[in-house]
Structure formats: C-alpha cells, structure tokens
Design a protein around this ligand. Structure first.
Ligand code: NAD
Length: 498
C-alpha cells in the first residue's frame, strides 16, 4: 500500500495530521494507496518554507528560470509512459487519453519558456522634459493552486509553469483522488534544477483549502473544480484580499445545422461526449440539432455508435473510455439517468447496467443517449459529468443559439455547419467563453487563454496564454526624471500633459 504524504522543501514528507483518504484504482475498485490530508499547521509550514525560498528565485535571471522548465520537459518526456500509466490507474481514463492530459500540460510549460519575453515591461522615452516612464512585472511572492481530479497533470501544470516562470513560489493542493502524478511532477521539477521550496505540494481536503484561503502570505489562488466550490473559494479568497481566479463546471452545447457534414458531426459527438467517460469540463453534453429532419438523422446515426462504444479498464489501449473516478461518481451519474427517465426524456441508449467482466468492482457504465430533452429538465440544467449525452431539438437557428446563451454555464460551445455566415454570426453572438467551428472541444492552444463565462468562471483573467502572466505578476510603473540645468522648486499642482 503506497503512502502519499506531502512534498515540501524539495522532498517528500510524511503527513502528521493523522487523517488520510483512500486513493482508489477505479478500474477494479481496490484501494491502492493512502494520501495524507494536511492540517492547517502543515499548510503553514509549507508556506513558510516557500516564503523563505522565493526572493532568491525571483532574483534569478528569467532565462535561467526558463531553463529549469526546459529541463523539466526533457525529464517528463523520458518517463512519459510510466507517468501516463500512473495517471490512468488513479484517474481511470485510458492510457492514450492520460498521455493527452500530460501533453496539454507540457504545451503550457513550452509556452512559459518564453517568460523572459512575456515579462518585458513598457518604456516611454521622454514623456516630459527629462522624464522617462517604464513599467515592470514583478512576482507576487507565494501563490497557490487548488486543482480537480479530472486532469491531474494538465491543470497543475497550467498553474505551476507560469507562476514559477515569473519568480513566484507555488503551493499546489491537488485533488485527493489522484495525487500521484502531481507529486511526481514536483520531484521532476527539483531534478530539473528548481530550488527547494519553490514548488511545494500539500495534499488535503477542505481543511487544507481553507488554510490556503486564510493564509496572509499567499497572495494569489488559482482554482479549478466544480462551480459551488469555485464560488466559495472566490468569495473567501477575495474577502481575504487575495487575487483569485476560479474555473467551474460546464454544460457544453454542440449545435448541428441542417447543412453540417453529418458523419463528421457524429464522430465529433461520440468523441467529445464520451471520451474520458464524459469527465471533462469541455465534454459536449448537449447536442442541438436544428430542424426535425436533422434531429432524426442525427439520433439515428448516433444510437448505434453509442451502443457500440468500447468501455474497458484503463490499461486496455483499445477502449474508448474507462471507468468513472469513484463509486460515488458512478452512483451520481446513474442517478441522473434515472432522473432523466422520470422527467420524460427518451432514453435511446441505456448504459446503466454495463458490467466489465473480470473487473466487477470497478466503476463502469456504458454510454447513455437521451433524446427529446427540454430546457426545464434538471438533466439539462445541471452538470452530469459522465458518459451521458442529451439531444435537445431546436426548430431553427435562433432557438438553438438561445440555449447556450440562456444556460447558467458558459464554458465551451461548438457549431457544426458548412455555412461561413452562420458560423461567424454564432461566434459573434454566443455567450460562451470558448467556441468551436466544426471543432467539438475548442480548448485553446497554450498561447491563447482558457476560460469560460457566466457560472463557469469567477475572476477576470483566464488560464494560460498571456493572461497567466498578468495573473501571476504585479505591475510596477516608474516615472523618473533626470533634471538638467536649473532645478525647479516644489510643484503643488498634479502633473498633466497640457
Ligand atoms: P471539486 O470541486 O469537487 O474539487 C476541486 C478541488 O476543490 C479539489 O482539490 C478538492 O479537494 C477541493 N474541494 C472539494 N470540496 C471542497 C470544499 N467543500 N471546500 C474546499 N475545497 C474543496 O471538483 P472535482 O470533482 O475534483 O472536478 C470536477 C469538476 O471540475 C467539474 O465540475 C468540472 O467541470 C470542473 N472542471 C472545470 C474546469 C474548467 O477549466 N472550467 C476544468 C476541469 C474541471
């Protein structure tokens, strides 16, 4: 049985709180480890350690800091396969999908190697007689990230890389469900040359999170997880005077116009709806065919594809998706399918009774497909976070557009069409943060920013891309004068450009 403690000051340390959580193996339901749940005192020790290390790191020239990231990339590539396997065994996703999880994180590390350029300030020569104005970006100090179970490599890396590239020390509180990869990431950063204390990992639950939110030495908190917790963290962190960005849940729609390439749309829906068992914040969970004929064609083509999805253990490379993360998650998702039936939606494909032979204690279910879902149903309003796709039929384009616009969440959305004008209009008017045109999961590449709108995000800057550099630095603006000749006396009127 693995015992997972914390990573503080460049080494793993055992937990001292006496509290632990089980780390499960979703594919067979066994307990594969115990992770320590940090007390407030353990979080405080990690913060003090980080605070002592941070000034020297911030004073290191940015190119040397970037070289640590370069070396880290190299080290991850050397153990890609074992890292992906560790991830799959704790999360439940398939190994090829676990590699994607790591890869999307590494792409942000690659972007952050450009930190020396991204941190450059502005300069105005001669803003007045003998006056120069310039701005510089400086690290905040100690910052923290609180991350969800569903991308245990990608999301920690989205936060760690920009934060440390600009000279902060970072405290990571990963999900207690799959802490193995975040702990290994911390070890690899030290191997890559990161000074001890610049990346500390404290494992834990609400107690550790609250200690982070209340710690006066933590200047910024980045969170990703469900919306109720995002809202809680945003308000408590802001009330304590921190810079906070929180990314929450989702209900992503995909609009299928009558002129869409139906084969392409069905392929996209199957991958985006059921990949990773639907446990992605950018999964498509609502398909909106426009017009009855489009809807009939879509459901007819989708049903056999959903029925034939291959569910398998995480170690089966030919599986389309693996188990859900916990028994509790499985019960919740199945409960939503029961609810949809009660609410009057038509369950076209029912995956509730799926059993994985040889893995009877794993948290499996088959893909489910609902037709005739309506906006008043809870299965439409709420995030299910499982392999369940709902078809909501719209009579025309305006009705289809209203659905994502009026939904509480606004993370991702897509339109499938051959009509450039419709696509352009959609991109301009839809009230959602990330839009795909014939692309079902429009997660922006690393040098753009990632973030939803409405109930999917709290705070005003996005993740990765240039916004990450704004979030993790503060701007200082210097107005300097080097007088020549006769020196003026004191001035009592505010300087203006008249
Ligand atoms: P979660 O909200 O349960 O947990 C996220 C983090 O918050 C974990 O580290 C957890 O330990 C902590 N936490 C949980 N309960 C807490 C509490 N009461 N007080 C303080 N901290 C608490 O989310 P999850 O189940 O790990 O992840 C799935 C959710 O994350 C989904 O809603 C999904 O849409 C969302 N998500 C969003 C994005 C995005 O970028 N918008 C990306 C990935 C996942």
């Amino acid at each position: 049985m693995r015992e997972i403690g914390h990573f503080i000051g460049g080494r793993t340390v055992a937990g001292t709180s006496g509290r632990t959580a089980d780390v499960l193996m979703p594919m067979d339901g066994t307990v594969q480890g115990k992770v320590s749940l940090a007390s407030a005192a353990e979080v405080r020790a990690a913060v003090e350690n980080a605070r002592a290390a941070q000034p020297e790191w911030a004073a290191t020239n940015p190119q040397r800091r970037a070289r640590v990231l370069m070396k880290f990339l190299d080290l991850v590539h050397q153990e890609y396969d074992s890292l992906a396997e560790l991830l799959a065994r704790e999360h439940g996703k398939t190994i090829p999908d676990a590699k994607g999880d790591i890869q999307r994180g590494l792409e942000v590390v690659e972007f952050c190697i450009g930190a020396p350029h991204l941190m450059k300030g502005e300069f105005t020569d001669g803003a007045g007689p003998g006056i120069d104005v310039y701005s510089m970006r400086q690290a905040l100090g100690v910052v923290a990230g609180i991350t969800p179970f569903n991308f245990p490599a990608m999301i920690p890396l989205w936060k760690i890389a920009p934060a440390i590239a600009v000279g902060n020390a970072f405290i990571l509180k990963p999900s207690e469900r799959d802490p193995g990869v975040p702990m290994r990431i911390a070890e690899l950063f030290i191997e890559a040359g990161l000074p001890e204390g610049i990346l500390n990992v404290v494992n834990g639950d609400k107690e550790a999170v609250d200690a982070i939110l209340d710690d006066p030495d933590i200047k910024a908190v980045g969170f990703v997880g469900s919306t109720p917790i995002a809202e809680y963290i945003y308000s408590r962190g802001c009330a304590n005077g921190k810079r906070v960005q929180c990314f929450g849940g989702a209900k992503n729609h995909m609009i299928i116009m009558p002129d869409a390439d139906m084969d392409q749309a069905v392929d996209a829906l199957v991958g985006a709806g059921y990949g990773s068992a639907g446990e992605r914040c950018m999964a498509v969970s609502v398909a909106v065919p426009v017009g009855q004929q489009t809807a009939d064609r879509l459901v007819e083509a989708l049903a056999p594809r959903v029925e034939s999805l291959k569910v398998g253990p995480s170690t089966d490379p030919s599986a389309d998706f693996g188990p859900l993360v916990t028994q509790q998650a499985l019960d919740r998702v199945k409960g939503y399918v029961d609810l949809g039936v009660e609410e009057g939606a038509k369950l076209v494909v029912d995956g509730r009774d799926f059993k994985m032979q040889g893995y009877e204690n794993g948290y499996y279910m088959g893909g489910c497909l609902f037709d005739n879902v309506t906006p008043d149903m809870r299965i439409y309003k709420e995030e299910i976070f499982g392999p369940v796709l709902s078809v909501v039929r719209a009579d025309n384009y305006e009705e289809a557009l209203r659905l994502p616009n009026e939904h509480e969440y606004g993370n991702g959305v897509a339109i499938f069409t051959r009509d450039g004008d419709a696509a352009r209009d959609f991109a301009a008017r839809v009230q959602v943060g990330m839009v795909g045109v014939n692309v079902p999961i429009p997660v922006p590449i690393a040098y753009y920013t990632f973030g939803g709108w409405k109930g999917s995000s709290f705070g005003d800057l996005n993740q990765h891309g240039p916004d990450a550099f704004r979030f993790y630095t503060k701007t200082k603006t210097v107005t300097s004068r080097w007088p020549s000749g006769v020196k003026d006396g004191a001035e009592f009127v505010i300087p203006t450009m008249n």
